[in-house]
Ligand binder design. Sequence first.
Ligand code: C2E
Ligand code: MG
Ligand code: MG
Length: 637
Amino acid sequence: MVNQSLNSARITKLSQIDYEWLIQIALKLNLSNSIDYIYELVVFESAKMLHADRVSLFLIDTATNEIYTQLAMGLEGKEIRLPFGRGVAGTVAFTGQVINIEDATLDPRPVRNYYGYIAKTILAVPLKLNGSTIIGVVQALNKADGPFNERDERVLEILCSLAGVALERANSIHEKEALHEKIIYQAQHDLETGLPNRALLVEQLSTDLEEAKRRQQELAVLLIDLDRFKLINDSLGHEMGDTLLKQVAHRIKTSVRMNDLVTRLGGDEFMIVLSKIKNRQDVGKVAQNLLKAIQRPFYVDGAELFITGSIGISIYPGLGKTVNELMRQADNAMYRVKAQGKNNYQFFAEEMSSIEVRRLSLVTQLHKALEYEELMPFYQPQLNLQTGKLVGMEALLRWKHRELGRISPAEFIPLAEETGLIVPIGNWVLNEACKQAKKWQLAGYSPVRMSINVSAVQFTRNDFVSVVKEALHVSQVNPGCIELELTEGLLLQDIQGAAAKLKELKKLGVYIAIDDFGTGYSSLRYLKQLPIDTLKIDQSFIRDMRIHDPAKGKDKALVEAIIMLGHTLSMHIIAEGVELQEQLDFLRECKCEEIQGFIYCKPIPATDVEKFMAPGGEGEKLSASLLASPTAYAGEI
Ligand code: C2E
Ligand code: MG
Ligand code: MG
């Protein structure tokens, strides 16, 4: 009998023993969900039932269009590969028909020499899933012992169909398990970096903490926040930012021990749990290694990027007893590092003063202020003392925290500067103020100048000119209406660099003012080298200026000198912090062009400015009354 195909109508009687045997196998298959066990059962049971020397199980490799031995008796550690459709097994895999060869030496098909074993008789039966999809072939070989008969074919066919059903079930269980595992994995991991996420961290840290308590061991929680990552992200784009984060994640992971838990909390924050630590010094060393690893240059898309990190550390047992406390303390310590210049690490310490604690909590809150829309620019009108007209306004940022209430810029601007947060925040103000100026122009208010504060941190960044350009472009505001306020200290640090940058800004058409003039170097000689349009006399001079107080006469003289010198340098002068009529009158007398101060108007929201600016509004009335009386102090100057 050569190459006989079975058809479903053919019925071969099996013996009672065969049936019992097959039922036994069916039960075993039914009990197992292990695919490997099913393969083993098919191969070894069929060898026994068919009295075969060798049995091989081939599977189809759809990627290479081959069949290969998944499991083969006598071929341990070796593999046979055949092209799909070639040889006996390959043909069965291709046609799905049983092949039973009585004498292989007479068969035209190439019959393989199985590593020295040359078969005489061969029986090959397809292995099908669902009774239809061929996934492989079970092939029995014999050297002598006579050909395989119909009973053998039937037995192997039944065995294969039982295995097919078992495999089908095992596969679906595996798929479900795999899917389940995938869902759990996704819920517990950050897919960008492959690191565990906050959810898994909290779960794992709780377990570790319980264990540390039970075994009286120490545990450390390290929070790493990359310094100025947002700037990289904003300036180079999110794709590069993401690639950088992946590389940072890898560096962090490879800088600690295998069983230390490295997680990503989101954004550029990573949290590491070191369990079973010996002492603080060891933790410090780990932190140092991490900082060093992060400092090494990264290569992203051909660009060399440098970044640093700030690490806050909390230790159990210490001040923190719960997962939340430990995480919060690490966070606090990290912000402390940021406030003290970044690129360092620090342990959370009890001795933090209440001022420091407030500062730290403000920094934490400030991170979220933009996102929570708690920030808003107010505008303070400026008055021309000669014409009585509202000529400009200064955008002054306000922060109203949802719980803490109003927080003064004098408190949060320095914090924002220390942490670098002033860059995104300042850029946001710049854009908002430009848009607002344009809105007022379009609404028909006579064009006024919009003064915008620029922090040193913003100004020194390479992209500052393009940030301004972009804000002008987006808002479509006339650049001649925009004035940038810078502080003198900043400009005098690197006068050449500042001069070059200011020139570029001037090319865009904007004006430049020196804010808080008189509080820094007070060096008009240096400032002469810079293209400056306006001097804003610091309010401390104005505040202390009491015309009738001889002790303050010096301030009066100084203010007068500043105004005169400014004029000789063709600069425009504005005095800040004017609260009293006598101050206003004095300034007017000294030919100070403009004033800004509570006497005229406090910083107010945009909608109130509109009422103030409207014809016949509060502004007009005020300026009329403020400038009504001629100065009585001319003689004293
Ligand atoms: P600054 O630029 O010198 O702003 C003037 C400050 O004087 C403002 O304080 C204003 O409210 C206050 N002021 C105006 N008139 C009077 C007055 O008659 N009497 C008194 N006592 N004060 C007056 P503010 O709004 O608290 O801002 C403080 C500082 O915070 C600003 O000083 C500026 O350096 C900074 N700042 C505010 N907004 C921003 C911003 O958007 N970006 C940057 N980089 N800094 C800002
Ligand atoms: Mg200012
Ligand atoms: Mg000022």
